[in-house]
Design a protein around this ligand. Structure first.
Ligand SMILES: Nc1ncnc2c1ncn2[C@@H]1O[C@H](COP(=O)(O)OP(=O)(O)OP(=O)(O)O)[C@@H](O)[C@H]1O
Ligand SMILES: [Mg+2]
Length: 1133
């Protein structure tokens, strides 16, 4: 990397305007432009830095750059703001001189950015440590807070400072920052209520609405929509490249770092919100009896919310907008305010509230950042004040701002000259007087205590009687008429001349930076800066913590009838203090220039720059600087730079640097009038001399370079030759070694070949021998294996033969045993047969014996006895044979008759036995069972062979109560309504209309039958049994039955019942039984046929039963065929 040792190295144009040749306005601008086009935005005029606003970020503020400029002399490197900051910081630290950095330039020229760059540089190079870092951070973070509340977008600058700021940074003896003090100057508060077209209100309003959370906005009773607030200009509410929401977060963070408590931040935001609300309050006129209009608040909602935010009683504030109390000599008078006055009061309140809040913020920041230690401090002041402003319409604010710039210009002239003079004295060089424009006369026009414009404005404001802006202008016309820098349309009247270029109610001042036309409208009001006492008292009454501090004059206990000092007076006083302060410090200047009006990069508008160069007096500044001697340099650096121009000083000068420079300049034959020797510096009168020296230096450097090259080449060739020589020896040695190595390698490999052949031959011999031995071993093994095999097979054969023999023996043995057993069996059978034969023969023989013995008795009664015995035996056997029959009456089995003579007896016996066992069976019956069987019997008599349903009912017991009516609580009521129930069942009552059945409870008692609702148990019909004439059923297997009532009986009116039941047989049997047992009644007829008539009310309907197909399912289905026919299909059995 190229290392710079002087500002003069690789300069683009000239880095220091002092060296500009020829020096005139054009060359000055060309130089600035040339440097600007090459991104060189900084240029020096001696120790003054000119800064061009690049309107884009350049990579020249990196930490590397900080390191580069750290502890380097001013002229060592190319111009940079860091060089100025470093110089100021080092002379503060090392020479104990308080410094101030004065940054001037018009709006948008980059003053605020420059001040931040200086602060950040100082922060980067000064000491480190936890405490120091905290102080640094607090000082740096005060900027975003003040910018949010004090900056706004204007036509000239998107982040224009609308207040002046002077910040003293305090350092200890080591150069570590201890703290700081900020002073603020005249905030442009009129912006709170009204902004020129294309401009915005202060940033904080937009930041709050864009960046605050929904919750915060709700607490502040705000809406995110800018258009809802009268005080916010809408046409330029959003600025390109400005992220209000992000800035809000930065500001909140910065406030936290600076040390604001959360409650304080909240209070501040509440005031900001209250100002927005205040702007929305509107008034309407209300006529009064005396003919005057009085103002009234139009919509009280905003007023109410504002009062809630600040804790003010709504009625108090409302009254303050309608009345004004005037106090004079212990007398109080109340006058009404008209609508215009109410609006004026409202805006005055908003402006005062905001500017006081801003001043409070500065005080609060000062509290946080003030130095703790009470030791003596070194101070570096940084002044960033609003730039000179020339608008189309200039008012009181511009007048004040331009007055301030006028004062700064004056101090610049004074201090630059003084500095220059001091240096000459310090260096013991003769001082020549320099002509320049001194703007003291303009300052005097404005600030003179007797007839200065500010004094006259104050006088006018304090004068009793009618005071207007016009009376003020009249006054100016009379008093300043003769002043060469003051012009107005009328002031030439005395000379009978009128300046038509000047409008009425305006005056013009020829400032150092140009002529500015001021409109007097509002001067008196703004200077008075009046806030009606009623309003300040209303504010003082607020419960909001900050308000009392902001409006102390509202305290009724401290009513002060004296007028407060005017705005102009206050500003003049504070500027005076500032100037005094600056004069005690060593000044460092940064002159900011704006390259174009469009706020864009890369554009350099000559006319605009020229205007600024002119009014900033930069060319004059250069002239002053080089009036005596254009260039100066410490002896050491001068000797170091030019020592090659003289043999005596090259390469080293041993002796004082001053003597060296004298020798050098004498040797170079520089004319003696061209330079002067100071105490520590050489002063060169003309830049041309310097450039000649530079030229000679460059030429000399070339000669030196050739010499260095020559020596270097000689040295290089010789070194090369020596290297070659040395290399040759090494190469020869290496070659010989290589050849010997080759030879050795060949012998070695031949030996190896031979060795390997012999070893191969030996190995093959051994291998052969080993193979033979191996084969012998294998042969022995094979023979042994064969022999063992033979042995084994023989043994196997022997064992097999042995086993076969053993088996033959056991088979033979088994046969033999079998034969023996059979023989024995035959013998035993023979023996048994013989024993049987003996027994028979013995029996026959005994028989014969008996017959022989009893023959004599046999003739008389043997026949009868034998007969009786035989008969007896036969009967005995017959009866014993009957024992197999069972006692079941159902059992029809009976043994066949064994003998024909028993035929009659056999049949009789069977009948008697059956009767007997039936009697036995009946004998076991209880009374109930008997009744059941009687019923079954009765059923059989009624239905057997008459109805196909009957056989299936035989095995079903007659249960009677199928519904368990007594146990079921559901039928409790029903149960109690009827007497003893003989049968209870669920039946279907057939509907005549469609043949469909609906379920009914059917109860039968001794006297009647009842039909009841299945669900509720409610009785539907109760028919006394005497009214029942007959019952009709079909012959088939269905459960349908019709209960036909006697004609003329009480129940007959309802008609007959056609029902179906699963227990038809039982129901009919029971009905029949009741009929037969009751003495007072006729027996109930049971009609069994497949077609019968049923009387339904008036009509008789025929019910016909047919054998249905399988589609009817298993149960019978009834269907209405026509009015007179119901057809029941019964499934085939
Ligand atoms: N050194 C710089 N590098 C990059 N951009 C710059 C630099 N200086 C200024 N600017 C740009 O120019 C804009 C205006 O600069 P700045 O706010 O410092 O002007 P100012 O002189 O303080 O104006 P005012 O008097 O209105 O406050 C900045 O917002 C920034 O965008
Ligand atoms: Mg600024």
């Amino acid at each position: 990397m190229e290392v710079k040792t002087s500002l003069l190295d690789n300069m683009i144009g000239v880095g220091d305007m002092v060296l500009l040749e020829p020096l005139n306005e054009d060359s000055f601008i060309v130089n600035l432009r040339n440097r600007f086009d090459h991104n060189e935005i900084y240029t020096y005029i001696g120790s003054v830095v000119i800064s061009m606003n690049p309107y884009r970020s350049l990579p020249i503020y990196t930490p590397q750059k900080v390191e580069e400029y750290r502890n380097r002399n001013f002229y060592e490197l190319s111009p940079h703001i860091y060089a100025l900051a470093d110089e100021a910081y080092r002379s503060l630290r090392d020479q104990d001189k308080d410094q101030c950095i004065l940054i001037t330039g018009e709006s948008g020229a980059g003053k605020t950015e420059a001040s931040k760059l200086v602060m950040s540089y100082v922060a980067a190079v000064c000491g480190k440590g936890q405490e120091v870092n905290k102080v640094k951070e607090q000082l740096l973070q005060s900027n975003p807070v003040l910018e949010a509340f004090g900056n706004a977008k204007t036509m000239r600058n998107d982040n224009s400072s609308r207040f002046g700021k002077y910040m003293d940074i305090e350092f200890d003896f080591k150069g570590d920052p201890l703290g700081g003090v900020i002073s603020n100057y005249l905030l442009e508060k009129s912006r709170v209520c009204k902004q020129p077209r294309g401009e915005r209100n202060f940033h904080i309003f937009y930041q709050l609405l864009s960046g605050a959370s929904d919750d915060t906005l709700m607490k502040l009773k705000l809406d995110r929509d800018f258009s809802k607030y009268n005080y916010l200009s809408l046409d330029s509410a959003n600025v390109n490249g400005l992220d209000d929401a992000a800035s809000f977060r930065t500001v909140r963070n910065a406030m936290q770092i600076v040390g604001f408590m959360e409650a304080e931040v909240q209070s501040v935001l509440e005031l900001v919100a209250a100002i927005l609300k205040l702007g929305n309050i509107e008034f309407k006129p209300e006529s009064r009896v005396n003919g005057f209009d009085e103002s009234r608040v139009k919509d009280k909602n905003d007023l109410k919310e504002m009062c809630e935010l600040l804790g003010i009683e709504q009625s108090v504030l409302e009254r303050a907008f309608s009345y004004r109390t005037v106090e004079a000599k212990m007398e109080k008078m109340s006058t009404t305010l008209n609508v215009a006055q109410a609006y004026y009061a409202r805006d005055a309140l908003a402006k005062n509230l905001y500017s006081r809040l801003f001043s409070w913020l500065v005080t609060r920041i000062n509290e946080s950042i003030k130095a703790q230690a009470k030791t003596r401090h070194k101070v570096m002041g940084v002044l960033d004040i609003y730039g000179f402003e020339i608008f189309e319409d200039n008012s009181f604010e511009q007048f004040i701002i331009n007055y301030c710039n006028e004062k700064l210009q004056q101090i610049f002239i004074e201090l630059t000259l003084r500095e220059e003079q001091e240096e000459y004295i310090r260096e013991d060089i003769e001082w020549t007087n320099i002509e320049y424009f001194n703007n003291a006369v303009i300052c005097d026009l404005i600030e003179n205590n007797q007839n200065g414009i500010l004094a006259m404005l104050d006088e006018e404001c304090l004068r009793p009687g009618t005071v207007t802006d016009d009376t003020f202008l009249d006054k100016l016309n009379t008093i300043c008429a003769e002043h060469q820098h003051f012009e107005s349309r009328l002031n030439k009247n005395s000379k009978f001349l009128t300046d038509h270029s000047l409008p009425h109610s305006c005056f013009r001042i020829q400032h150092y930076a140009g002529k500015v036309l001021y409109r007097v409208e509002g001067f008196v009001d703004k200077n008075n800066d009046l806030l009606y006492r009623d309003l300040s008292q209303a504010m003082y009454k607020a419960t909001h913590s900050l308000m009392r501090q902001l409006f102390p004059e509202g305290n009724p206990a401290k009513v002060n009838l004296k007028r407060p000092p005017t705005a102009g007076f206050q500003f003049k006083a504070s500027v005076g203090v500032l100037m005094k302060n600056l004069q005690t410090k060593n000044p460092n200047y940064i002159r900011c220039i704006k390259p174009n009006d469009k706020k864009v990069a890369h554009i350099f508008t000559d006319s605009l720059v020229c205007h600024q160069v002119r009014y900033l007096g930069l060319v004059e500044n250069v002239r002053v600087r080089r009036a005596g001697y254009a260039f100066r340099q410490p002896y050491e650096s001068c000797l170091e730079r030019y020592k090659m121009l003289c043999k005596k000083t090259w390469p080293q000068w041993r002796g004082p640097a001053r003597d060296g420079v004298v020798v050098l300049l004498t040797d170079c034959s520089v004319p003696t009038e061209e330079f002067a020797y100071g105490r520590s510096k050489i002063f060169i009168r003309n830049p041309r001399t310097l450039f000649t020296l530079e030229e000679r230096r460059r030429a000399c450097l070339e000669d030196l370079a050739t010499l260095i090259q020559k020596i270097y080449r000689g040295w290089k060739s010789r070194t090369h030759f020596l290297l070659l020589k040395k290399s040759q020896v090494v190469v020869a040695a290496w070659y010989r070694r290589y050849a010997q190595q080759n030879k050795y390698q060949k012998i070695k490999s031949a030996t190896l070949v031979m060795q390997s052949f012999i070893r191969g031959w030996k190995a093959r011999n051994i291998l052969r021998q080993l193979k033979y031995e191996k084969r012998c071993k294998e042969a022995v093994t094979t023979i042994a294996a064969y022999w063992h095999g033979t042995q084994a097979r023989m043994e196997l054969r022997r064992l097999k033969t042995e086993a076969r023999n053993k088996r033959a023996v056991s088979v033979i043995w088994a046969y033999w045993q079998g034969t023996k057993a059979r023989r024995e069996l035959r013998r035993l059978k023979e023996e048994a047969r013989r024993k049987h034969a003996v027994a028979i023969i013995w029996a026959y023989w005994l028989g014969l014996q008996v017959r022989r013995e009893y023959r004599k008795f046999f003739r008389a009664n043997a026949g009868k006895k034998i007969y009786d015995f035989t008969i007896q035996r036969i009967m005995q056997k017959y009866f014993l044979g009957l024992k197999t029959t069972t006692m079941s009456p159902m059992d029809n089995t009976w043994p066949a008759k064994p003998y024909g003579f028993l035929e009659g007896a056999h049949t009789q016996l069977r009948r008697i036995f059956h009767l007997w066992r039936c009697k036995k069976y009946r004998g076991q019956f209880t009374e109930e069972k008997k009744a059941v069987y009687e019923e079954k019997l009765e059923a059989s008599e009624i239905f057997k062979d008459k109805k196909a349903l009957y056989p299936s009912s035989v095995s079903q017991p007659f249960k009677g109560d199928y519904l368990e009516i007594q146990k079921n609580p559901k039928y409790q009521k029903l149960n109690s309504a009827v007497e003893e129930v003989l049968l209870a069942d669920l039946v279907n009552k057939i509907n005549r209309a469609n043949g469909k059945g609906s379920p009914r409870l059917f109860l039968l008692t001794k006297s009647n039958f009842v039909l009841a609702d299945q669900k509720t148990g409610q009785v539907k019909a109760s028919v006394p049994l005497p009214d029942l004439a007959s019952v009709s059923v079909s012959t088939q297997s269905d459960g349908f039955f019709a209960l036909k009532l006697k004609e003329g009986s009480a129940s007959a009116s309802k008609g007959d019942f056609l029902l179906s039941s699963e227990h038809l047989i039982e129901i009919i049997t029971k009905l029949h039984h009741i009929g037969t047992t009751a003495a007072d009644r006729d027996q109930i007829n049971i009609d069994i046929s497949d077609e019968f008539l049923v009387q339904f009310k008036q009509d008789k309907v025929c019910v016909k039963f047919i054998q249905g197909g399988p589609k009817n399912g298993n149960s019978a289905a009834c269907k209405r065929k026509n009015n007179r026919l119901l057809e029941v299909s019964v499934p085939s059995p």
